[in-house]
Design a protein around this ligand. Structure first.
Ligand SMILES: Nc1ncnc2c1ncn2[C@@H]1O[C@H](COP(=O)(O)OP(=O)(O)OP(=O)(O)O)[C@@H](O)[C@H]1O
Ligand SMILES: [Mg+2]
Length: 502
């Protein structure tokens, strides 16, 4: 196989994906059980072999087998023969990630990095509440308060909700912050915490370079995000992937046209991204998808039905693999028709009819060719993967995690001083009672109000007064926090998805 393309399968000729068009995005669709995940695996293997790192969500865990040696089972060997592929078993360099830190290295982001727009989406806030979150970010930025984890956010909300003086100050500068809106946000925050959001926010935050590694043999690392449990919180799943996309967009340098992508990103169950997404968000996604190309990143959406993806985004997905669709109901038939019309037609094929007749691991394929035009659609038998089809065992996963190049880097949480600690100390300073009243209930009550709920771990400490050296340390830390805070603030305003200027 030529090394400027990766092999997808065979129609009347070999069907390939040109690496130089790998950043022109793609779409894998088809009804359940038709071969989408295996196709994703074939593409991921091809990109890895070409030295391109991959990031993919592993919804059912069945993509994890790409880390294990393939077996020459009869149906695999037969398929290889049918598509004229010299088949040899292989396994690929995989790094497992997990927002919950159970089936892979934890992935974390800070509240600041997530930004007000995505955070509001994550908590399902209305416009008024989102306005409050914007104000909260601005205020934190101005005061040099770092927003790292959920307890920072909680402490800031409590401050906004209870400090009348602050409310008046903010009203004059930015607009109204009603205790009612703050209360509503606090309740939504609780829901987010119950979904496991607390683990996702904090440090050490993910460094994007760690997703863009190649192994000693020059193969691209395949990063797999455990998403089975995550799918229980679709909003968290979709927002996380969106955040990752926007981070890549913000952080990576412009590279223009490339021989091969810098990273390929597979977005499985993509309909979750667009389901009741507000128009403003869809426009942002459309913008990121359009512009991220020049950063050398290819985005591949995987979903059952092409109608799941908004037209403006669909139009930008150059490489298409359409597996079988059913046509039982009128709605199904409409989807088939729509799917058929997205291809450059082939006079030899009745596309609409073929879509319903495709077998497992068979698809209509069209990729970009020449100077970037879609190839004529072809009925294609998809190549078999060379690694295992199906999941790794728990034990295999454990071993891979243990030998991972990321081992130790993200596994432990680091909790440095941020808004929560600063606000807590400030209140301690202001209200410090006489030393003999240490451990007074009044302090607990005060902390309770700062933390907005009394479940404050810090309330237990009952320390009232800082020693001189503590004050010095606090002031030093405060000024560091301020400078870092301002930087993050700039990052927020710069970002496409992170920014929300009024
Ligand atoms: N290219 C292929 N080569 C060999 N076998 C294949 C190929 N594609 C699919 N198959 C067979 O079909 C089965 C189902 O494929 P797959 O799991 O990819 O479907 P899916 O569309 O992802 O389904 P779901 O929507 O349920 O996730 C595979 O387990 C495999 O046995
Ligand atoms: Mg699947």
């Amino acid at each position: 196989m030529a090394d400027d393309s990766l092999f997808i399968g065979k129609s009347t000729k070999p069907e390939v994906l040109a690496l130089k068009f790998g950043n022109r995005h793609g779409l894998i669709t088809g009804a359940t059980g038709t071969g989408k995940t295996v196709t994703l695996q074939v593409l991921a293997e091809g990109f890895s072999n070409a030295g391109v790192p991959v990031f993919a969500a592993d919804i059912k865990g069945d993509l994890s087998g790409v880390a294990a040696m393939g077996e020459s089972k009869p149906f695999i060997v037969d398929r290889a023969k049918q598509v004229d592929m010299p088949w040899a078993p292989a396994q690929f360099p995989v790094v497992f990630w997990d927002l919950f830190g159970e089936q892979g290295h934890p992935i974390r982001a800070t509240i600041s990095e997530m930004g007000p727009l995505l955070l509001s989406r994550l908590m399902d806030l209305n416009d008024t509440q989102q306005g409050v979150v914007n104000i909260l970010f601005r205020y934190a930025d101005e005061k040099g308060l770092l927003l790292l984890d959920l307890k920072d956010l909680r402490a800031m909300l409590a401050e906004l909700g209870s400090n009348k003086e602050l409310q008046n100050e903010l009203r004059a500068a930015y607009g109204n912050v009603s205790a009612q809106s703050v209360g509503a946000i606090q309740r939504q925050l609780l829901t987010l915490e119950n979904q496991g959001g607390a683990q996702f926010f904090g440090e050490p935050a993910l460094i994007l370079k760690d997703l863009m590694r190649t192994d000693r043999d020059g193969r691209g690392t395949i990063n797999l995000l455990a998403a089975d449990k995550l799918m229980g919180s679709p909003q968290l799943y979709a927002t996380f992937l969106l955040w990752l996309m926007s981070e890549l967009f913000q952080e990576l340098p412009e590279v223009g046209d490339v021989d091969k992508p810098k990273l390929v990103f597979f977005f499985d169950e993509a309909h979750l991204l667009f389901n009741d997404a507000p128009k403003a968000l869809i426009e942002k996604i459309e913008q990121v998808v359009r512009l991220i190309r020049s950063k050398g990143v290819g985005i591949y959406f995987v979903t059952q039905n092409p109608l799941d993806v908004p037209d403006t985004i669909l139009a930008q997905l150059g490489n298409r693999v359409q597996h079988a669709l059913r046509a039982f109901t009128p709605r199904d038939q409409k989807a088939v028709k729509a799917a058929a019309t997205t291809f450059r037609q082939n006079p030899q094929l009745n596309t609409e009819e073929v879509i319903t007749q495709l077998g497992k691991g068979e698809a209509l394929v069209s990729t970009l060719e020449g100077n970037g035009v879609p190839s004529m659609v072809q009925r294609t038998l998809i190549a078999p993967p060379t690694a295992r089809i199906g999941p790794v065992t728990v034990e295999e996963r454990r071993q891979i995690i243990n030998q991972s190049p990321m081992k130790g880097k993200y596994d432990e949480v680091v909790d440095r001083e941020s808004a929560f600690e600063v606000l807590q100390k400030r209140h301690q300073d202001e209200q410090a009672p006489a030393p003999q009243e240490a451990d007074a209930g009044g302090l607990g009550g005060l902390l309770g109000s700062i933390l907005g709920g009394g479940s404050a771990p810090a309330g237990k400490g009952g320390r009232t007064r800082m020693t001189t050296s503590e004050v010095v340390i606090r002031n030093a830390a405060g000024s560091i926090a301020r400078s870092v805070g301002t930087q993050i603030g700039r990052a927020l305003i710069r970002g496409v998805l992170g920014s929300f200027r009024r």
